[in-house]
Design a binder for this molecule. Structure first.
Ligand code: NAD
Ligand code: FE2
Length: 385
């Protein structure tokens, strides 16, 4: 077996209703007093976080809510949020929300822990540390950010940059399926597809693929594929919601160690230029990238076909890999989310610019099972148009 490394969070709690007794849970682990809860304005105003806030205050926490997070958070939003946390003399950082809130919480924890500026943190292994204690609770299932060593920030007008560092790994991730019940069907679908893409791209990663990530990715695909449509159609089905949350978390552990590739590289420019939500932008290019990768990833797609559909157990790789792509196509279609770039406001004339931008995501493209040139990216966008 090739040498490999694997890391994940040191502690996980999976508990329905954990948010309602969050003050107690955190009081058992920390003697500090001042906590910053990082979230977005919609979630704060929606009341979703109210039971958690009440229990935190009941257990002696002085809570400052920082609800400046916006989707695909820009660097200036992160910097301002960190200033607020510093002003509040935060001792513990708690991120509650989707990937955007959790990613900002991670960065606040490192920005409040040392004087290093954000601009010096982009890339792999650049965070100096130390950081404040960090707890993450996802409300989407989803990015898996609660167990990844990654934060994604929008830099400048339209580009997405990643901060990748072991210091971004939380001390504790808490998965409470009740927090995901109010997520609308379209967002459930898009964030669930994002999680599946994490599992697929980890399983086929050209770099750092390893037996533990493989195991996690396969189990993630099993849970996510069996529960996605049910979670969309029966929003308060807690079994389906919890399976999605667990699947997204396993996929997060998989891709944090065996990184994602061309689907994400081609999705990012759609978020940057057209504000297409992260999961939806992945879903829009997914099948076209899978078809492009097929010659290089056939046996691996065949494995995944056998994970999601028993009927491929005895099939050869050719049939199974093709079946996997059709399965994913059908699943995305069944969710009812947009299927083409034109439906989300992209014009044909934008495609060359998107292809140019995708080429900037070399951090991700190096992980793709098949090399992607700018012409290839353009052909994929044309197919997705
Ligand atoms: N750090 C990582 O490992 C990682 C991985 C993948 C993606 N990302 C990043 O995460 C971000 C995307 O995160 P996301 O897809 O979770 O979405 P998000 O955090 O951007 O939230 C999207 C919307 O959903 C709403 N929402 C969240 N939870 C809800 C709930 N329970 N009920 C109702 N509404 C709810 C939010 O208020 C927001 O309006 C992007 O910036 C992406 O680049 C990070
Ligand atoms: Fe993603």
């Amino acid at each position: 077996m090739d040498r490999f490394e694997f890391s994940t969070v040191p502690q996980l709690i999976v508990e329905r209703g954990a948010a309602r007794r969050l003050g107690r849970l955190l009081r058992d682990r920390h003697s500090a007093m001042r906590l910053c809860l990082v979230t977005d304005r919609f979630l704060h105003a929606s009341g979703l976080l109210a039971p958690a806030l009440a229990d935190l205050r009941d257990h002696g926490w002085e809570v400052t809510v920082i609800d400046d997070v916006v989707a695909d958070p820009p660097d200036h939003v992160v910097a301002k949020a960190a200033d607020r946390a510093r002003d509040a003399r935060a001792q513990v950082v708690l991120g509650m929300g989707g990937g955007s809130s959790m990613d900002v919480a991670k960065l606040i924890a490192v920005l409040c822990g040392s004087a290093q500026p954000l601009a010096e943190m982009y890339g792999i292994g650049k965070v100096a540390g130390p950081r404040l204690p960090l707890i993450l609770m996802p409300t989407t299932a989803g990015t898996g950010s609660e167990v990844t060593a990654i934060s994604i920030v929008t830099t400048g007008e339209t580009s997405k940059s990643g901060v990748v560092s072991p210091l971004l790994m939380a001390d504790l991730a808490i998965l409470d399926a009740e927090l995901t019940v109010a997520l609308p069907a379209a967002a459930t679908a898009a964030t669930g597809i994002d999680a599946m893409v994490h599992a697929i791209e980890a399983y086929t990663s050209a770099r750092l693929k390893n037996p533990l990530s493989d195991m996690l990715a396969r189990r993630a695909m099993q849970w996510l594929s069996r529960n996605l449509l049910q979670a969309c159609r029966e929003p308060s089905n807690l079994d389906a919601r919890e399976a999605m949350l667990l699947g997204a978390m396993l996929a997060g552990q998989a891709f944090s160690n065996a990184p994602v590739a061309a689907v994400h590289a081609l999705a990012y420019p759609l978020g940057g230029h057209f504000h297409v939500p992260h999961g939806l932008s992945n879903a829009l290019v997914l099948n076209h990238v899978l078809r492009f990768n097929l010659p290089a990833a056939r046996p691996l797609y065949a494995d995944l076909a056998r994970v999601v559909q028993a009927e491929y157990a005895g099939a050869d790789d050719l049939a199974a890999a093709d079946g996997f792509i059709r399965y994913m196509e059908e699943l995305v279609r069944a969710t009812g989310i947009p299927r083409s770039l034109r439906e989300v406001g992209v014009a044909q004339a934008d495609l060359p610019m998107l292809a140019r931008d995708a080429m900037m995501q070399q951090r991700l493209l190096v992980n793709n099972p098949r090399p992607v040139s700018e012409e290839d990216a353009l052909a994929i966008y044309r197919a997705a148009f």
